[in-house]
Write a protein that binds this ligand. Structure first.
Ligand code: SF4
Length: 327
């Protein structure tokens, strides 16, 4: 786990504090080292950040089905109970290095994660998955409610357990990268009992129309060495859809690539540069796009996170607390 995270949207709506929390770990059966494990489910996984990190943990696996036998998935007890010791309310990204609903994670393990979340109402948890079918099945099962409650009581020992289902401080989300994955996953998310539901469209690989019943939309481009550019109009469309529907919109980042006009609104007349000239312009890589946009690869840091000159940091408000984020 990490107290503090660079993920811009993983923040508590009031305190602004953020953390990532990875109680589900993978022990590499050859090296004995501890890392994480997951398996690609769609194009959005192609350049998985967590997968790239595994060799540094001594867990040289690829996130493919064939490598599942190389690891043992387990719950790290020290990490599991860490949120109980964090008094300041945090926004906590759950399993940002894997997927809590991957089939390698047993229901018993997921129960433990939900029990700890129920015991720490001071935090807001973001549970994000590309497997909303299993999340729905799990959270719709009455036996899960009983099991999680009993587990929370056992963990709390002498403390009272105020147990509400769905757990009010757990926000459920699904990731999608294009209309096909959005159409498949968002309805499953909407059919899942949850305090709040959000969608993360990152890396955005195509235009997406989002249902207005979602509580929060996050969008972003891809980062990393093999990052693919996202068309600026895809982000603009999501921003405008959210504004029309009254849904909070969070623009996380451009990623490695940015619309040249966004980067240099009054700078060099890039639109007049030909492909060859642009390629030579300060060494940037270029990618012409449709409808007259030129994308330049400047790296995530320089690309930043303003869209048409504006930062979009909206979050849903916290129920009954009279506080929340907003633009
Ligand atoms: S679901 Fe997430 S963690 Fe798993 S492979 Fe895909 S991007 Fe990586």
């Amino acid at each position: 786990m990490a107290d503090g995270t660079k993920i811009e949207w993983a923040r508590h709506p009031v305190t602004g504090a953020g953390a990532s929390w990875n109680p589900i770990r993978a022990r590499n059966l050859e090296t004995g080292k501890i890392g994480h494990f997951c398996v690609h489910v769609s194009e959005g996984c192609r350049n998985c950040y967590a997968e790239r990190w595994q060799p540094r943990f001594g867990n040289p696996v690829r996130f493919v089905e064939q490598d599942r036998k190389k690891v043992e998935i387990f719950v790290d007890a020290k990490a599991l109970f860490q949120p109980l010791h964090w008094k300041k309310p945090r926004g906590i990204f759950v399993c940002d290095m894997s997927d809590l609903f991957d089939k390698g994670v047993s229901d018993d393990m997921i129960d433990m994660v939900f029990a700890v979340m129920a015991l720490t109402p001071q935090h807001i948890y973001f549970v994000l998955t590309k497997r909303p079918a299993r999340m729905r099945e799990y959270l719709s099962d009455p036996k899960v409610v009983r099991r999680t409650y009993e587990l929370a009581c056992n963990m709390a020992i002498a403390h009272d357990v105020k147990f509400i289902w769905p757990i009010p401080n757990v926000w459920l989300g699904t990731s999608a990268e294009d209309q096909t994955t959005a159409d498949e996953r968002i309805p499953r998310l909407l059919a899942t009992p949850a305090a709040k539901r959000f969608v993360s469209l990152e890396p955005l690989l195509g235009p997406v129309y989002v249902s207005e019943r979602i509580d929060w939309v996050i969008a972003g481009g891809e980062s990393g060495p093999k990052a693919r550019p996202s068309h600026p109009d895809w982000f603009r469309s999501l921003r405008d859809q959210c504004a029309t529907a009254g849904v909070p919109f969070f623009f996380k980042q451009w990623g490695e690539w940015i619309d040249a006009d966004e980067l240099w609104p009054s700078g060099p007349p890039l639109t007049f540069l030909g492909a060859q000239e642009l390629a030579e312009f300060e060494g940037y890589q270029f990618q012409p796009q449709s409808s007259g946009h030129t994308m330049v690869r400047v790296g995530k840091r320089q690309a930043g996170r303003t869209l048409d000159g504006k930062t979009h940091d909206a979050m849903p408000a916290l129920a009954n607390r009279g506080a929340g984020g907003g633009e």
